[in-house]
Design a binder for this molecule. Structure first.
Ligand SMILES: C[S@@+](CC[C@H](N)C(=O)[O-])C[C@H]1O[C@@H](n2cnc3c(N)ncnc32)[C@H](O)[C@@H]1O
Length: 285
């Protein structure tokens, strides 16, 4: 019998509640009863990696403040990191056709060149790199003579995904959704372990800064951001946490700035003070 089978029999409801409370209190991620087998599978990974024999022992180890390193690994396996380039393409279309013309013309009028965007819950980097490609292409097409001071802050709670994001190397399969002209301009084809892979160019890397940040913690920056993407992150949080985080995040949004959420997420019923623009897109008045 494999270790995962042995362990799966042992996660009591009581212990499941303890783990889910811990995940909720620290990361805001809400694991309801139906997530028990998912939690077990993920805990098994950490038991294997640490050599700890039972969930109970692991829980004790995890909640000992001197084992903070393991806490980061634990959050790494708990979070779900699915993402891809140009996910929910309408958002990039809106960025190019509405948000960027509006933002850049206002900035030019005000004599301001600073544009900041935030990808909150950026996972392995596809989202911030897609935003960067979209913005740099827009600048080149529309405001060629202007030297913008443009930066994207990309944050995630998981150090594992951030390592991949910083490397910026993706398999051929993962870059399929990148429009060919952008693929040519912003990626370098290299061979890694006998496989053809795509590495993001220095031009893209230069505009994206990756940092670990738990959205529930204090934010160590001032903003303001013209655009915030927080997509497919809030689905893990319960309503009160969603409301609290949205209010906090959008307090870093510049007036007129845009807030993007995932298409399966809705801000309905939350007190956020934003103007609805279209599905999954909001604007700060
Ligand atoms: C499904 S991915 C979404 C990636 C990308 N935004 C997209 O839409 O394709 C969700 C990401 O949120 C991150 N996450 C979950 N809880 C978080 C928290 N409390 N603080 C920061 N990031 C969190 C996860 O680590 C994961 O990488």
């Amino acid at each position: 019998m494999g270790i995962s089978r042995l362990n799966s029999a042992q996660l009591s409801d009581e212990l499941f509640q303890k783990f889910s409370k811990l995940v909720y209190d620290t990361a805001g991620i809400y694991l309801h009863e139906g997530k028990k087998s998912l939690l077990q599978a993920r805990l098994n990974k950490r038991l294997r990696a640490t050599g700890i024999k039972s969930y109970e022992e692991y829980y004790k180890y995890l909640t000992n403040p001197s084992n903070f390193g393991e806490f980061i690994h634990f959050l790494d396996v708990i979070s779900t990191n699915l993402t891809y380039f140009f996910r929910e393409y309408q958002h990039f279309d809106f960025l190019e056709k509405v948000a960027l013309p509006e933002i850049t013309s206002k900035k030019l009028k005000d004599g301001d060149r600073r544009i900041r965007m935030w990808s909150a819950g950026c996972s392995t980097g596809e989202e911030p790199y897609s935003i960067a490609m979209c913005v740099l292409t827009f600048f080149e097409k529309n405001t060629q003579k202007v030297k913008w001071d443009f930066k994207i802050l990309a944050t995630d709670i998981s150090t594992r995904v951030l390592q991949t994001a910083i490397k910026g190397i993706y398999s051929e399969d993962r870059v399929k959704k990148v429009p060919p002209a952008m693929k040519n301009r912003f990626f370098i084809k290299i061979v890694q372990n006998g496989e053809k892979v795509y590495q993001v160019s220095e031009e893209l890397k230069k505009v994206v800064t990756f940092r670990r940040l738990n959205l529930k913690d204090r934010y160590p920056f001032k903003g303001p951001f013209e655009v915030i993407f927080c997509r497919n992150v809030m689905i893990y949080f319960d309503k009160p946490t969603q409301g609290e985080l949205i209010r906090r995040m959008t307090s870093y949004l510049a007036p007129g700035g845009y807030f993007f959420v995932g298409h399966s997420e809705s801000l309905a019923g939350l007190n956020h003070g934003l103007k609805y623009v279209m599905p999954a897109i909001y604007q700060k008045p």
